[in-house]
Design a protein around this ligand. Sequence first.
Ligand code: UGA
Length: 436
Amino acid sequence: MKVCVVGLGYLGATHAVAMAKLGHQVVGVDLDSNKVESLNAGKLSFHEPQLQDALEESLTGGMVRFLDTYDLPEPPEIFFICVGTPQAASGNAADLSSLISAGTSLAKIISPDTVVVGKSTVPVGSAASLREKMSEIAGFPVHLAWNPEFLREGTALEDSLNPDRIVVGSWDAYSALRVKEVYKPILEKGTPLVEVNVQTAELVKVSANAFLATKISFINAMAEIAEVSGADAVELARAIGFDSRIGNKFLRTGIGFGGGCLPKDIRGFVARAEELGAGEAVGFLKDVDAINMRRREKVVALSSQELGDLKDKKVLMLGLSFKPDSDDLRDSPALDIALRLTKAGARVTVHDPVSLSGLDDKHGDLIREENLTLAAKNQDIVILGTEWSEYKSIDPVEFGELVANRLIIDGRNVLDVDAWRTAGWRLIALGRNVHN
Ligand code: UGA
């Protein structure tokens, strides 16, 4: 099919390549000509290795190309809107300006049998308003469907091509049919298809992210209890995770969740529910958010508990991105903790295998060091903020010879406590009462 993907950020760039991989002829559109130019040159603007290779293959095979205009050479049969819906600068609600602008532009170029599919994460009710606006501009009822995406950064292409389920929300059978045609190769593999109304499709996405955030904050709340009672939250998670009704995924305790999705989605969800007069229903998500933010404060508190006044104390933050295998610094717990420590007067050195180039002027106080050996030299405390595999395999004996003080906070609970202790480290593992 002739597919056009609008918005070439994480979601859009991945979706464009995934569509090409499925055998569709793809045009990607983004008004940012720099982004378009680099995609046409085979370069992603973010770190996603598997996708990088697939992009190059798709370009070479002539399956995908990128444009910075809606002036398309051939009319696509189906459009996917993949623009960002970040948290609004003015509050907790989602900023839908890119979505509205993309929809308005498409309404001017589509024909009555074109199908437009929203993939962006939106507050429930957004698609209905968009459809009304687009139909008014187009002069005919626009075929709009909603098809949320559940990909995770770091495994974006794999998640897109092998999703746990495909959710399609539509107002009419024709739109749903066209969406199912696009995903035929995936559906033929037996991937569950959930056909729902549009409001449900919008809600599935935010509620899935809200559930995941709740699971993480639940275990981090247990970590808070463990810290004051002598229990071990990692063992607790392991024990409850064996119950198949609970499951062991997303129960990793530590400094909590970040990124461009979970934090802004739970805040946007609360804001929308309040607008609908159902704020109480998801009021608990404010606690989920608060528990998450408390983990960051906890690390600062532990640091000053250990070192006293943090002024001029030397701190090494291992890892900055919000999770490993990603260079995304949006709402990163590790970066936030590094900035909080800087505010408290500490001299914070940051190390990360890929994300240091994403720092800008507002991070001016952070000392960037790409060489791990140099980064470790003479530090008073080390904090593991992102569980990159290269940190998990650090030799605590060798590493201990570099620092001034063998003190580490494991913010992700990935280090071998016994090995680090034996090497003479005082290791503080969040939620574990492992204070050596
Ligand atoms: C999340 C969802 O997992 C995807 O399904 C969804 O499509 C995506 O948001 C989105 O809305 O676009 P992502 O933001 O890539 O994906 O990251 P996750 O793997 O969900 O991790 C989020 C954060 O939670 C990370 O900071 C991670 O370190 C943290 N986390 C995760 C924990 O602290 N504990 C865990 O057990 C799991």
